[in-house]
Design a binder for this molecule. Sequence first.
Ligand code: NI
Length: 142
Amino acid sequence: MGLKRFGVSVPEDLLERFDEIVRKKGYVGRSEAIRDAMRGYISQSKWESEQTGGLATLNIVYQHKPSLMAKLVRTQHNGKAHVISSVHVHATHSHCLEVIVLKGSKKEIENLADEISGISGVEHAKVFTYSIPMETQSDHTH
Ligand code: NI
């Protein structure tokens, strides 16, 4: 795939803030950082505009209590989005970290993520969404 060059005009302070992050993250130059930012922007925009949905991970940190854990499992079973997988980490004596991988429509994923995030005892919740073309989700064996 060929590379195209393009010129961009940006306010000086925006470029300074961008360059500071580029340096901190250890990018060799701006180009790869801009390519990464563009990919993220495209993926996020596609997620916002498409109703077909895709994949998401929901990361939560919650208090280790049997009643709360039972409620989390029940909510995951009852959701319209499919829970493909989850990883449970016993983070400390009192808290658990869980990464839940969800598949479904945008609305189904958002509803389940909101429901889980809103459960009392869930202290941190963050959703990462990915818009992936459907053909690459299914025609794929390994
Ligand atoms: Ni645990």
